[in-house]
Design a binder for this molecule. Structure first.
Ligand code: SAH
Ligand code: SF4
Length: 346
């Protein structure tokens, strides 16, 4: 029982090698990959395998290691927020959302985060550990099973800085995109970063079809550094240059996330800076009404101010949306459910 190999998070090639180790033909690994991608965890249900292969899988392998420990459902819009328990006692969150075009899921990439943004619940206790590719996948499989419906859009915008966990992120993306399994289009995936410039460059080269979102939140170096310490390492000029290059090379619009924080980044002057500094970058601004997190002391600018700012940006030629408040009735902000449950260190 103890040392069974977890097959979730393994690539087709690795599963082929695994099948061969168990005395099977390589194509059995591809079949395994297909079953696992569909969320089948019970080897006895893998009906195209011999009884012998099934029983050796039962003996030496398993699929995933997580469980849902808490679910919140917003009855008004069907949003489901999950707290996933990891095998080592840690917990992470994911949110399953219903849209007109299908289901979307927001997953976490780390337990905690070490970027230390001042308004964010996820970073309050720093980074505990990276999630594996299997743990990123399992958030999706468990949520789909609970919701009874598959996802076709994915955002990596839960707890954690995905580019601080680059190798697991890229393994995960290749697995979810693999045509033998989920075959999820890269165009339906968005990765959100706080702005680690070298990783943005690397990611653009390796995954040009995946959408990139950059958390901006302020457009003066002094102000942004106070909200987001990462700005000290990669200041705005470098970040905006990398964003512009990314859009140019990939031919895809970059999304800038801008959480509106009362009295911090929502003045007319701040809005003028957005207009001035983003001009010429192929982009889209997503205004996010801040989810107030008690521990951080910041407040939201409110939807009315958000709508005003959106209008000004649009009038000045900057494409802009105000994020729909999904799951307003449940603890919406990233890191909040985990915070509230106290399920931080097991
Ligand atoms: N670490 C990555 C992705 C996870 S955070 C990043 O920072 O981009 C996802 C988004 O939620 C980011 O834009 C982040 O700035 C924003 N966010 C964090 N705390 C928030 C809060 N309390 N209210 C609204 N948005 C928040
Ligand atoms: Fe980390 Fe993103 Fe939260 Fe910043 S906003 S602390 S980068 S999760």
């Amino acid at each position: 029982m103890m040392n069974r190999t977890d097959l979730l998070g393994m690539t087709t090639e690795e599963l082929k090698a695994f099948a061969v180790e168990l005395g099977e033909k390589p194509f059995r690994g591809k079949q395994l990959f297909k079953w696992i991608s569909r969320g089948v965890r019970d080897f006895n249900m893998m009906t195209d395998f011999s009884l012998r292969f099934r029983s050796s899988l039962c003996e030496c392998a398993r699929v995933g290691s997580m469980e849902i420990i808490k679910t919140q459902v917003d009855k008004s819009d069907g949003t489901m927020k999950f707290l996933f328990g990891l095998e080592d006692g840690n917990a992470v969150e994911g949110v399953f959302m219903k849209y007109k075009y299908g289901n979307s899921m927001c997953i976490s990439s780390q337990v905690g985060c070490r970027m230390g943004c001042a308004f964010c619940a996820s970073g309050l206790d720093g980074l505990i550990r990276n999630l594996t590719a299997g743990e990123m996948l399992d958030q999706i499989l468990l949520a789909e099973e609970a919701a009874g419906s598959p996802i076709n859009h994915l955002v990596i915008m839960g707890t954690g800085e995905p580019f601080d966990n680059y190798d697991n992120l890229s393994r995960f993306l290749r697995i979810i995109h693999d045509e033998n399994g989920r075959n999820l289009s890269f165009r339906n995936i968005t990765v959100s970063t706080s702005g680690i410039v070298p990783a943005i460059e690397k990611f653009g080269a390796e995954f040009p079809q995946v959408n990139l979102a950059i958390s901006l939140h302020r457009l003066t170096d002094e102000g942004r550094s106070m909200l987001m310490p990462v700005n000290r390492a990669y200041p705005l000029e470098q970040l905006l240059k990398a964003a512009g290059e990314h859009a140019r090379i990939t031919g895809r619009r970059v999304t800038f996330e801008y959480a509106l924080i009362k009295g911090e980044n929502d003045s007319d002057e701040d809005v003028n800076l957005i207009i001035r500094k983003l001009r010429g970058i192929m982009c889209h601004v997503n205004l996010i009404p801040l989810n107030a997190v008690k521990e951080t002391g910041f407040d939201s600018s409110g939807r009315k101010r958000a709508a005003e700012i959106a209008k000004t940006l649009e009038n000045n030629g900057i494409a802009c949306t105000v994020r729909r408040e999904l799951g307003a009735g449940i603890d919406g902000a990233c890191g909040q459910l985990r915070l509230k449950t106290g399920a931080k260190n097991g």
